[in-house]
Design a protein around this ligand. Sequence first.
Ligand SMILES: CC(C)(COP(=O)(O)OP(=O)(O)OC[C@H]1O[C@@H](n2cnc3c(N)ncnc32)[C@H](O)[C@@H]1OP(=O)(O)O)[C@@H](O)C(=O)NCCC(=O)NCCS
Length: 173
Amino acid sequence: MAKLGIPGGRRKPAPEHHPRIRAMRMTDVAHVHAIDCAVSAIPWPRHMLHAELGKSGTVDIVCVIGNEVVGFVLTSRYADVWHVLNVAVRPDHWRRGIGRMMLVEVIERAQLLPNLGFTLEVRVSNHGAIALYRKLGFIDHGARPRYYTDNNEDALIMWRDGIPEDAVAEGRR
Ligand SMILES: CC(C)(COP(=O)(O)OP(=O)(O)OC[C@H]1O[C@@H](n2cnc3c(N)ncnc32)[C@H](O)[C@@H]1OP(=O)(O)O)[C@@H](O)C(=O)NCCC(=O)NCCS
């Protein structure tokens, strides 16, 4: 077996390079906007990001490595459901578990209010994101025809049930 430090061995990242999750701050908006512009054909304008952060009833988080923002999730609470509004990871950090880690965190923070489900829309062609959501228990729940204005692509609506109150009380999911 290769030892740490020997060519071919895998070095453990130093703790300061571990991804960590924290609440999104107004000072993150420029970085979040840059990531959104890098990955989305219809990025949110900065003023929408500011407005979203100013609202109550949201779970808005970023993933940081060192001082760099490498991903974000915006989630808003409606009367009967959490709506996952936007999820993105900086492309140079894709497939390292960051999207999954952020969504697990959102689900855990949101379960402080039990019984509310989660919904989201995703482009029908976005197989990677759909695979991620399915892994986290989201199921297909209909479609919104021509939802995306850049190319008239349909959105797949996905749904994940909320966590029942008694399960939250017992610390189960
Ligand atoms: C979708 C996105 C957020 C995924 O982030 P990520 O950090 O790369 O995802 P993870 O590494 O946590 O992936 C977890 C699992 O999701 C699935 N998955 C993620 N990206 C995938 C891809 N491109 N193709 C196939 N499966 C994928 C895999 O099952 C993966 O597990 P594995 O790597 O062990 O096979 C990222 O690709 C992204 O920012 N895309 C552009 C923005 C976007 O499409 N957002 C969603 C809008 S609804």
